[in-house]
Ligand binder design. Sequence first.
Ligand SMILES: Nc1ncnc2c1ncn2[C@@H]1O[C@H](COP(=O)(O)OP(=O)(O)OP(=O)(O)O)[C@@H](O)[C@H]1O
Length: 765
Amino acid sequence: MPHPPRRDDIAQELQMLQDAADLTPALLPGAVSSVLHPQKWTEEQVREWWDKRTKRTKEVEPLSKGTDGRNIMRWNVSRFEQMCKGDSNLAAALYQDLRNEVQRFEHYRKTGVVLKVASIAPKPGPCQKRRPSATRSKPAPTACQTQPLPKNGLQFNPATRGARQSFLETNPKPKFLTTSNLNPDKAVQKIGGGSQERKAAKVAPAPKAQHRSSSNGASGRQKPALRQAASKDVGFLGEAPKRDPLKFNDPPERRRSLVMEDISDATLHQLSTAPRVSEKVEPEKPKAMDDTAIIRRTKSARLAGDTKGKEPEEDATRQMFDKRELRKRHKDTYAQHIKSWCERRSGEESSAPEPCRVRVYVRKRPLFPHEEEADEFDVATVTGRTVIMHNCLTKADLRSLFVSHMGFQFTHAFHESVSDDEVYQRCASAAVQHVLSGNIAALFMFGQTGSGKTHTMTGLLQRASAHIFQQESKVTLTAFEIAGKVMRDLLDTSPKELKIREDKSGKTQILGLQTHDVSNAADLLRILRDAQAHRATRATQVNETSSRSHAVFRISRDAKDSKDSVATLTLVDCAGSERREDTTQHDARSRRDAAEINSTIFALKECFRVMRSSKGQPPYRESLLTRVLSDSFASDQAMVVAIGTVSPSAKDTEHSIGTLRALQQLQGTQMSFEERTDLVKPKQEVEVQAHPKTWSETEVRQWFQEACGGKAKAFAANISKGTDGKNLLRWPNQRFTQQCEGDEDLGNRLYQELRLRMRAAGGPA
Ligand SMILES: Nc1ncnc2c1ncn2[C@@H]1O[C@H](COP(=O)(O)OP(=O)(O)OP(=O)(O)O)[C@@H](O)[C@H]1O
């Protein structure tokens, strides 16, 4: 097990990367008249920051096109780790460096002073003395060092030449740069060790927040728990940011209008799932800038608290809703709006995208009857080469609805009623012809699990087999799957693992892979179907028989001449990409699978990106799949086709948008438009409903039968006699699950739906 990054290591890493960077003039507050929040950085500024911070190591990935400040600020430590090829120290340091930039900006915003890092460097003082050897030769902090602390808790950062120089002149050069070298707040904590230092600390008391932190222990012995801290956006080097003294008298910050989109699915899931009875839930500190931070107040606090213009419990009820539930609830309004919006926009066709080496197509699958039954509706529109996703959202008040129409353009897009024949003719026929003329071609299927990759691939294989044998009399076929780090032959039922090697010429060879000679289309198709049937599948929340491996089928034409390179058609059916949120009910293995699938897809995207830009070598060594496909990435003559599949269902909106964005990256373009429309709900639609607390037993049973699209009907009989609305309202989440015989998902949904009914009736939920 690799060690988690240590605080000292990260501090050292951070220092080194700042030294190496020589600090970007545009970003270094001391060098310019104004400071930009990293969120506002342009792509160039982000790139400049990245290149300078990482120039001392080659072991990092280049940034993908379009990565601007907004994007990079959303990265968590794991994402940095992925970019740093697993170097967790560097990743954490980069993550922290960005947060430090935010702190500098915050200081500038509040005080108007462009913070020169040098100005907060500690001055030498009379009480400076060496620390005992037990402290690992860290420079002793002085009382004077506590005085020039910036009031807002900004970190002392000796990264500028001047500051670092003066620091080193007045302090013995430390063997390792540690937290206390970098952060005088920590130095104050360490003063607690000796009596003289204690006196010194008394002379110059540290801000209150520091006292609080020092109560944790005498000498910075806290475990780093960096990841956890990082995910909570804590302060410098994993230390939770203390309340900002400057903020107390600040006017209230102007709030951005919040939308449900601001709340991550994971958080919503957490919020909508009531904690287990045994779990003690620590109340969180309200942050107020985000819905997720709003907490449930105690009854007394609610009664005594501010009710100025607010509905009682308004804040608390915000926690109860899920984007998907809200979409279903307002299904009719959204669906009607989407219809009229599309009618208004019909006939508008956008210009053709620039020709590119990678041809990218999108296919939308139909909405299934079972999805319609579950109150799902169609949120994807395809017109010509454009796919429009209608992202149906609710503002933070949970009543104001709006739709964000997002347009994505591709080489071509197929709507749900397009036949497999047309898909083949448009996407794959040219690639097959390219191979029949002696070249290589690769075709990839991308998309969310259950969006129709295997369905489309099956149709393509069928047509490709017929097409090939119109011109060829014999081909060779290999088929294998990649599941995590394991490769298996799909034409060999033994559980033998395949190995991969590079030959002298650098070509990738797969050892032990069986090759089948095939001489007619029917045989080819039969063997391909057998191979598909051998794929590793598992039921996921989205697809009963989800493919959990990447399947690779290779059809090679016989070389006419021994000098000829083998013309090969490679068809790749990627495993369904899943969001972490979609796998919440899976075991650890499923989640590991999903992480591996997603990282392979990420590597594939990177290869596409480099190949498209024709600059440098595609990083195909990053994953098994990209290694075996290195031919297609390396050859200029290779034709590469990517087909993305999307689900039209409202519940899959976020995932479909993710797929479309990823496909845009493959072709090097960006979303072509985004239009937001606020919806006004027609007055007659607002029905006044009886509050659930007034329901009789019969009404409770009736509600149970109809709730969640009738899914709980079968369990209505389990309701005990005499259960009226008042009783029902007292049921916790778990009681609903119990009522549904352990179906946690349905239990949660019933619980939420009841809260929605309470809101609709105008009462608190
Ligand atoms: N265009 C389509 N027309 C009709 N049915 C479709 C279409 N696309 C997909 N389906 C159906 O949707 C279901 C899921 O499709 P499929 O198994 O191809 O998804 P997938 O993307 O390969 O999923 P996974 O990645 O989990 O394997 C199948 O029952 C399939 O028949």
